[in-house]
Ligand binder design. Structure first.
Ligand code: THU
Length: 146
């Protein structure tokens, strides 16, 4: 079944703002000594609560965990699987240019509805960018129907 033509799942402007504030707060806890590129993420759960994540780098660079996957793993490993939206915030990437990497898109597609919103912003952007998972990762691989 394809959800790609369905409308994005709306969240209120105040929810979106709260998510972005949480993502910005989360970026303070980033461990990014190698890139000096702190990123924060905030996941809105179905019950209205927010789970935050930050990027965690490693001297073995390939082991770096992005903020988005940090938030997802925190939430899922705490028993939560029903998510409404995710915000990602980067201090240093102006004009809303922060976007989830390919690995994070696949992980987001595993747990969020294809029409869930990803909200992206930074310290300089006046207006956050909002896109659906289906837009970020069209035709994604799933096991549905197997
Ligand atoms: N990073 C994230 O945490 N999320 C993104 O959406 C893009 C990139 C991190 C990984 C690495 O620690 C740093 O940003 C530079 O790539």
């Amino acid at each position: 079944m394809s959800f790609n033509n369905r409308a994005a799942i709306e969240i209120s402007p105040s929810q979106a703002e709260a998510l972005l504030v949480a993502a910005q707060e989360a970026s303070q806890y980033a461990y990014a000594p190698y890139s000096d590129f702190p990123v924060g993420a905030a996941l809105l759960l179905e019950d209205g609560s927010i789970v935050m994540g930050a990027n965690i780098e490693n001297a073995s660079f390939g082991l770096t965990l992005c903020a988005e996957r940090c938030a997802i793993t925190k939430a899922v490993s705490s028993g939560n699987r029903h998510f409404i939206a995710l915000a990602v915030w980067a201090a240093k990437r102006p004009n809303g240019a922060i976007t989830p990497c390919g690995a994070c898109r696949q992980v987001l597609a595993e747990f969020l509805n294809p029409n869930a919103c990803i909200i992206m912003s930074d310290a300089q952007s006046a207006t956050p960018r909002t896109v659906t998972i289906a837009t970020l990762l069209p035709d994604s691989f799933t096991f549905q129907g197997e």
